[in-house]
Every structure is written in structure tokens, then in C-alpha cells.
Design a protein around this ligand. Sequence first.
Ligand code: SAM
Length: 232
Amino acid sequence: MTASASADLWHHYGRTRHTTDRTVPDTFRWSWGQDCGPGPDILGDLSGLYVADLGAGAAREAAHLAVHHRPARIVAVDASPAQHAMATDLYGHLAPRLRLVRSDAVEHLRAAPGTYDVLYSVFGAVDFTEPRHLLPAAASALRRGGRLVFSTLAHHLGGAPAQPDVRHAEIPVMTPDGESATMRRWVLQEHVWTGLLAEAGFTRISAGLLPAGQGQRAADTLLLTARRGPLS
Ligand SMILES: C[S@@+](CC[C@H](N)C(=O)[O-])C[C@H]1O[C@@H](n2cnc3c(N)ncnc32)[C@H](O)[C@@H]1O
């Protein structure tokens, strides 16, 4: 059955953990397995900076940065009412350093030209949004020289290779009522991401592979970093 366009397809994500783990995580990992690889240091020194998490979910990573680093402001953006509600319940008390915003990331970024020093996404909005819309919006919302960092799947779950061009996959999900539905996910090869970033006005683009750990749903992670160049 097809879900109505308004169904919150992120209703179930992280719901069990929400009831059992209310802590501010003391680590931040980019990798799919959350078990290895670099931490937030690759974002640079965040002291006094304006930062946004694109597709923050329950805002666990953003809460970590708000508590363990000293950004002037970190904005956790998520379009899902369910995820925003979980984030508000868990970390609303970290305001005003942590600001929780329910919005589509592209809309939020387009309304904030030249605002941010750092944007990041951990398997977040970058994975689930048309990149030819999201990446130019991210470039325009960054100050010149500002940084974009995101982790994304290096291949499809199950092992099929990433796409060699800008094409999304339809992945199975469940509506809040338990009906079957699909959503779009962009799983792209490294050269496709780096080309999209360059087209969007980013420079100093680099990519690294974080190998999968153990387990059935283990997956390699692609970690991309880029700086906003001088946009015309
Ligand atoms: C797999 S979850 C990751 C959440 C979080 N980054 C984490 O590591 O737990 C993806 C999140 O991206 C959000 N998302 C997807 N597309 C979005 C968009 N265009 N704007 C805002 N949020 C979006 C979803 O609502 C969901 O909460």
C-alpha cells in the first residue's frame, strides 16, 4: 500500500532508544556502526561558531556538541514531527545553545544565506534529499570558507554498489500505522558526490572510507568534507 504524502516515515526510527536512553552521548561517531573512525574533531574547533545538523533525528550528536564543545549556537534541523518531538523531550533543556528546529533542511538553509560556519549530517538529510537541491542550499547558507561534513553509505545495505550517477533508490519503510511504504535514499559513488559538491560551489573536497565493523547490517561509510568557495 502507498503511504499518504503526509505520513511521517521517521515515526519509528529511534523510538525504543528514546524510552531507554536519555543521556547526552559522550562520544560522536561518523561511522554507520558507531563503533570506530574519527569523531567530531574533523569539524574543527567549534568554539563560538554557528553550526547546524541537517537531519538531526533525536539530536543526540547535536546535544553532544552543545555540551562537550562550545559552539555559539547549534541548530538541529529535522523535518520529521516525531524526531523533532523526541529531540525536544530529550534535549530541549540545552537551549539556547542547542536550538531544535522542525523544518525541511533545504527550506531552512535557503532562508539563512551566509549564516553558518559549519554544517554537518550523520546519515541525515543529505542521504534523503535531492542533492542538486540540498548541496547548493548548504553552500549558500555557509559563510565563505565554511565547512560541510557528512557521512553517507558507501554502498547499499546488503552490499549492492553505490550508484555511478545521480539516481536515488526507493527503500522500504513503515508508516506510523504499520503500512508498507518507500522513501528515497541517495547512495552515490564517491566521484558522484565530489562532482555534485564542486557543482554546488564547494572547494577543498575530500572523501574517506570508514570500513564496516561486524554484523549483518554492517556497512562501509563514506565521509565527505568540503569548504564553501567564493560563490558568484
Ligand atoms: C537516519 S536518520 C539520522 C538521524 C541522526 N542524524 C542520527 O544519526 O541518528 C535521518 C534523519 O534525516 C531527517 N531528514 C531526511 N530528509 C530531511 C530533510 N530534507 N530535511 C530535514 N530532515 C530530513 C529524517 O527526518 C531523519 O530524522
